[in-house]
Design a protein around this ligand. Sequence first.
Ligand SMILES: C[S@@+](CC[C@H](N)C(=O)[O-])C[C@H]1O[C@@H](n2cnc3c(N)ncnc32)[C@H](O)[C@@H]1O
Length: 260
Amino acid sequence: MTYSMEATIEATRLEEQVFQKNYNIAEELSRFQFSSTEVVLDAGCGTGVLARYLADQFNIKKIDGLDYSDLRIKQASDFSKAKAGQNIQFYQQDLSNINPEFHNKYDTVICRYVLEHTPDPIKVMKELKKTLKTNGRLIIFELDGVFINLYSQNKKFNEYMKEITKNFNFDLEIGRKLPSLLKMAGFKNVEWDAELISCKRERLREEILNTEKRFIALEPYLTQMLGSSLRYQEFAKLYLEEMAQPENTLVFTKYICSAT
Ligand SMILES: C[S@@+](CC[C@H](N)C(=O)[O-])C[C@H]1O[C@@H](n2cnc3c(N)ncnc32)[C@H](O)[C@@H]1O
């Protein structure tokens, strides 16, 4: 599959999301150390928000970002121009077939919320392995159950969800699979941790706003899948309404994995 959310609104969503409680980048990275001699790869960098955060918060020698979307690479480069003096560069690359010029280059590779979009995550992991120096480490952040875990007893909603999950080409349950996929890709010292994210109060409010933006970015994809713009609109409205019902629950898991 190809990543379907190219829209500019998706760039804004990615930039804002890192400050929300459910996707907080500072919290995610707080468990890792980086040294001043490290060369780091942001694999599937999107708008480069992670690369810029790393450059701001850690004393890291060099950070490269790779993404297969030309638009994202342009946005990432534009956003980073203001960061004069920081050693960040972005390159257009497909992570399932990375150019050998990037092999054996990185002490740390970070891949955040990307593998759910790739049809063959083991292939991507194997490619990322080639980019690591000997004893280099891979860090992955992924979700499990986001969007699809919304529980409601609304019949129409459940019919739509059945149709959507059957045809979705994202793996929204990738989190739980990561440790075994890493093993299959030949990684060693696989470690994982998981956090439960309960969408309540502020977390729910932020998730509703985030989902509104996801729906805008996903409009062409969902319209095609559901067969008409009318059905897309009905589903998006229903989903957001069901999110806001106090008796409905949305709980998902964030996986944080590392391996060498
Ligand atoms: C949800 S965004 C996450 C972006 C960024 N890592 C972040 O944390 O904000 C997923 C990104 O993965 C990229 N992507 C998906 N499949 C890819 C592939 N095979 N090769 C390179 N980039 C890919 C998309 O273009 C998109 O920018």
